[in-house]
Design a protein around this ligand. Structure first.
Ligand code: GUN
Length: 300
């Protein structure tokens, strides 16, 4: 039977609508407008696209959006001073520093200078520790989006075998923590994993986040498994015309979709959920900062 396609675009629109409803409530009942500040250092084209899209969607759900675009050679002290200013700005509830940063900047130092309560990326070491110990934290957006889709599709993932391929701090590790916190049995696989095909074949849930185009073939997938593809890789597509490109995930879509029970497409799967979860995290941070009830279903 053909796999169910998990439509991240539609799901993300629903999440954004929930966020917008909550923002309307915060404004009307409490006179509070959630604010998100995004900091971009340099001119990486992909980062510029993301930042523009984040700003647009922040405004669309009724929140305040502030963008700080800094020169590629900005000294570290200047970036840290800006973060300090945002940490102390009562109109800003979420701060995101777009990664990667230029090489002369210490990424860990910069991220850990963000007030953990405003760390809507969930990358601050205290949020990492809180998530790792199952406490209330800010949760990284991409894994949160994956978790929402899995909970929506399965109801409960308790007791299921999950394999996360990839061990990055942004996706793989927090994803594994979230799955574990929901009582899945979790394996983290990576580039040195032996017999990766056999490891993946045992999984009821496969989350692929390695950044290698179409690395997971359909014959690695257990029949009926749920496949969440975090990869976004741009490949040349001469079949579409000269100079044309296409986006593919970390799994080989056609062969995996023929075996899986459910699968997220690329594009239109995990990608749109990331920004929706960033907006959700900003509302959550705003509610926590003001001692108000958090929106239901928008956090882990
Ligand atoms: N660069 C790629 N993904 C992300 C993300 O989720 N957050 C930030 N801050 N930078 C990124």
């Amino acid at each position: 039977m053909a796999a169910t396609i998990i439509d991240g675009k539609e799901f993300a629109a629903r999440v954004r609508a929930q966020v917008a409803t909550h923002v309307t409530h915060l404004k009307a009942e409490h006179g509070i407008t959630p604010g998100l500040a995004v900091v971009l250092v340099g001119e990486d084209p992909a980062s510029q696209v993301y930042v523009r899209s984040k700003g647009k969607m922040t405004v669309e759900v009724g929140m305040k959006s502030v963008e700080h675009k800094l020169d590629v050679e900005t000294p570290e002290a200047e970036l840290l001073a800006l973060i300090d200013q945002l940490n102390n700005d009562p109109e800003i509830h979420g701060i995101l520093v777009q990664l990667p940063l230029p090489k002369h900047l210490n990424e860990d130092l910069v991220i850990n200078s963000i007030d953990p309560a405003k760390d809507v990326d969930g990358f601050h070491i205290s949020n990492v520790g809180l998530l790792g110990t199952g406490q209330k934290s800010m949760v990284p957006c991409t894994p949160l989006g994956c978790l929402m889709m899995l909970r929506d599709h399965h109801g409960s993932i308790s007791g299921m075998n999950a394999v996360v391929i990839g061990r990055s701090n942004i996706v793989g590790k927090p994803m594994a923590q979230l799955l574990l916190n929901d009582s899945a049995t979790v394996t983290i696989a990576h580039s040195r994993t032996k017999d990766l095909a056999d490891v993946v074949r045992r999984a009821d849930i496969v989350v692929a986040a390695v950044g290698r185009p179409e690395m997971v073939p359909g014959d690695w997938i257990k029949p009926g498994a749920t496949v969440i593809d975090v990869g976004i890789n741009r490949l040349d597509a001469p079949e579409k015309g000269e100079g044309k490109t296409k986006l593919v995930g970390d799994v080989h879509y056609d062969s995996c979709a023929a075996v899986a029970g459910a699968i997220t497409p690329v594009p239109g799967g995990v990608g749109p959920m990331t920004i929706a979860c960033l907006l959700a995290n900003t509302v959550t941070a705003c509610c926590r900062a003001n001692g108000l009830a958090e929106p239901e279903g928008l956090t882990a």
